[in-house]
Design a protein around this ligand. Sequence first.
Ligand code: PGA
Length: 261
Amino acid sequence: MSAGGGRRPIVAGNWKMNAGAPAEARALAREVRRLCERHRGAAVAVAPPFTAIVPVVETLEGAEVSVAGQDCHWEAKGAFTGAVAPKMLAAAGCRMVIVGHSERRRLFGDTDESVARKTRAAIEAGLVPIACVGETLPEREAGEAKAVTERQLRAALGGLGPAQLADVVLAYEPVWAIGTGRTATAAQAQEIHAHLRAVAAAVGGATFAAGLRILYGGSVTAANAGELAREADVDGCLVGGASLEAEGFSKIVAAVAETRR
Ligand code: PGA
């Protein structure tokens, strides 16, 4: 299969708990819009903190840049202090939502089960979930990277019907590479991505697996994005730190788009 297999890559910026003040978020979104929109070869998304979603959606109105939530609850409403429902994100203008990020799993108690519920609830609310999987350093060193990510993927897809599967975007984010400056090599990423695609085929069939976008995340920069995205099963990236500066982020978008020429 040629690089990308015809799948349009996605570059998604995960702002995490940064740039969440409306004015700051507007300024960053304006720059992302100005610098990224021309790179048609890759779809672009940004995931601001909840407080900045509406200002960012307003700033990006009419632009080809999607807005994503960084997390959601699986319930539609109710007594869940601090949580936001998928439908609320959709109503605020989000088209996507990140679920199961390793920081949510590690710091906020997300489990394979809750990630599965969130994934399904996101789809039912009309959002595209970016479901994250990834092993820790001890797990990698114990030779468990494939087994751990497979377990996480099977759980995330478990409750979905055939039509729902088509909406899922996957992100492989080795925990040891997130925010550490230690990117997985292109070969390490490809090995896990290929495995995840094979698992996806076993779960949802060959057509689903062939169309599934699998993003890589973990210390992606303009310097390494192109090399990663040239791998056959790497369909773009989920960018943390480097998404907070529009110029650098746009270079990542350009590098990924370039791999599909
Ligand atoms: P990083 O974060 O690019 O800062 O390593 C990636 C992520 O957590 O999505």
